[in-house]
Design a protein around this ligand. Structure first.
Ligand SMILES: O=C1O[C@H]([C@@H](O)CO)C(O)=C1O
Length: 557
């Protein structure tokens, strides 16, 4: 294992990700940010300089558990103080597990401003992946808005709320086409893209050789959109999800929610004189965004921009949830993976509702919409102890109780704010049931991908309607080969049950990965055995009340 050093400068820059010039957040003059590639067991050292003009920044390493380094998780107000303009901060952490990951901003809505990139961990020297392939293609998927995140954030907190709407474009490796389509010949009313060149929005072309097997690494860092990937004439064999091996299964198309990552194997067994469409479309919301298209270019056919004669594969209907569920439920742990603990010590049931507050709209968990404190939790809990913030004297509710009607808008739509901090005992086995419900409007319930920091969890099962905890619900849980993941979706009007072991002291966010929903309060905090956290680097806690404590000479207890 070795240390891999990176020097990064985060700054605003003009860029045209979908051919329209905007300002985004890039790293070292690049968008997306540089790809980090390492081997399992390596230590990543990122010396970050914040070169934004007037705002703080942090970077979250999505899917990396940060075992023993909770201060490097990169969540503003939770694991560290935001890095101020012109300040440096060094992230140092071990990538312990091979897999497909990514990193992104985790302060306000900076991820949606383009602050993201790929993080790929290969097996350690001398180890082998449990599958074979000849080459790799990397697809980092995102969505893109023409309105700045500042406009978006102001809208979301306005009274009445102004919703951000659907994204203007979908991006593959930071590239999309807003004003034209590669498949105009097959798309009503679209203008043909003239293609290549070195424009920021030049279509992505993946060169491949015939009769080989490629590992596609696919990750989604979308702000809002749930995606579906299909490749004309080719099948996809899923082998990895969120850095964990899964029992291989083969599909024609796959869903990818924000926060998900996958490896899929693809065999180039088609006619090599043609190229093939890679198509990414929107699911789970009535789409207004055109699919993103890229080309699979069979070599030695060197006409990279030769367009397939046929239309791109159609994305399944956005509301065909049966299709989504069928895909999701095929994801199971690879044979030989140890099963989860057979029982749990604690069950936390989290009802997700859309609510009203002071004339605006929030998302709430057990009727409390999460707000973050001025002083980041990791430092404040370690140095100052758990103080009730926001006037909340009690810990948040363990359950939403029985009898809530998930099929209708909330009977009492009003919510309050909460810190939503759940204190977890060291090594407790914790079950979380995420319960979806009807939103404020009648007959609306949306998909929410929930992401846990600091851990993988087992996805024990999914159910329809309200979770009761009865024998029928228990029978829906898979304790034999549930997949380990860090992101799991709740389907409309349904529930999802997760299990994890609280064996990683730290303060971990657990939230909907949809950027505006997190911003509207859709999350909780797990404060896990904070008394066992080692010495927190001062740079991570030199703000707010912890800075005051440090100045008072109160060194680390
Ligand atoms: O949080 C959301 O708000 C809007 C809508 O419900 C109110 O405008 C929407 O589609 C969301 O996902």
């Amino acid at each position: 294992a070795k240390a891999r050093h990176f020097k990064w400068e985060v700054s605003n820059m003009f860029w045209s990700p979908d051919c329209e010039e905007k300002v985004l957040i890039g790293i070292n003059g690049q968008f997306p940010g540089p790809t980090i590639r390492a081997k399992a067991g390596d230590t990543i050292v990122v010396e970050l300089k914040n070169a934004l003009h007037t705002e703080g920044v942090v970077i979250h390493w999505h899917g990396i558990r940060q075992i023993g380094t909770p201060w490097a998780d990169g969540t503003a107000a939770i694991s560290q103080c935001a890095i101020n303009p012109e300040e440096h901060f060094t992230y140092r952490f071990v990538v312990d597990k091979p897999g497909t990951y990514f990193y992104h901003g985790h302060y306000g809505m900076q991820r949606a401003a383009g602050l993201y990139g790929s993080l790929i961990v290969d097996v350690a020297d001398g180890e082998e992946e449990p599958f074979k392939y000849d080459g790799e293609l990397n697809l980092l998927l995102s969505d893109w808005y023409h309105e700045s995140i500042y406009n978006q954030m102001v809208g979301l907190s306005s009274k009445p709320m102004r919703w951000i709407g659907e994204p203007q474009s979908l991006l593959i490796n930071g590239r999309g086409q807003f004003n034209c389509s590669l498949a105009a010949a097959h798309t009503q009313g679209a203008k043909q893209c003239t293609g290549g060149g070195n424009k920021h929005c030049a279509p992505v072309v993946f060169p491949v050789l015939p009769n080989k097997t490629y590992r596609l690494r696919v990750a989604s860092t979308t702000s809002l959109a749930s995606l579906n990937l299909a490749i004309g004439n080719h099948k996809l064999t899923v082998v990895e999800a969120d850095g964990n091996y899964v029992e291989p299964f083969t599909v024609d198309d796959m869903d990818i929610y924000s926060g998900d990552s996958y490896s899929v194997l693809l065999t180039t067994d088609q006619n090599p004189s043609s190229n093939y469409w890679i198509s990414i479309g929107v699911r789970g919301r009535n789409p207004k965004t055109a699919p993103a298209l890229a080309l699979l270019n069979y070599r030695p056919n060197n006409r990279a921009m030769k367009l397939p004669a046929v239309a791109p594969p159609a994305t399944p209907a956005w509301n065909d949830y049966a299709h989504s569920k069928a895909f999701t439920q095929r994801i199971l742990a690879r044979a030989g993976t140890p099963p989860p603990p057979a029982t749990s010590d604690r069950r936390i049931e989290l009802l997700n509702t859309q609510n009203k507050m002071d004339g605006g709209i929030k998302w709430s968990i057990n009727n409390a919409s999460m707000v973050l404190p001025a002083t980041p939790y990791l430092g404040s809990l370690k140095l100052l102890g758990l103080k009730p913030t926001l006037g909340a004297s009690a810990r948040p509710a363990e359950s939403f109780g029985r009898g809530y009607d998930v099929t209708r808008p909330p009977a009492n739509p009003n919510t309050t704010v909460g810190d939503n901090v759940y204190v977890l005992a060291h090594n407790a086995t914790v079950d979380v049931v995420l319960q979806n419900a009807n939103a404020l409007a009648h007959n609306v319930s949306e998909v929410h991908p929930w992401h846990l920091h600091g851990h993988d969890f087992w996805v024990l099962g999914y159910g329809e309607g309200a979770y009761n905890g009865d024998a029928a619900d228990a029978a829906r849980l898979n304790l034999r080969n549930p997949p380990l993941r860090n992101t799991a979706v709740i389907f409309p009007y349904g529930w999802t049950a997760l299990r994890f072991v609280a064996d990683n002291p730290g303060v971990w966010a657990f939230h909907c990965h949809i950027e505006p929903h997190l911003h509207m309060g859709m999350g909780v905090i797990f404060a896990e055995a904070v008394e066992r956290v080692g010495e927190v680097p001062k740079a991570a806690i030199s703000c707010g009340a912890t800075a005051t404590a440090l100045m008072a000479g109160g060194d680390h207890p």
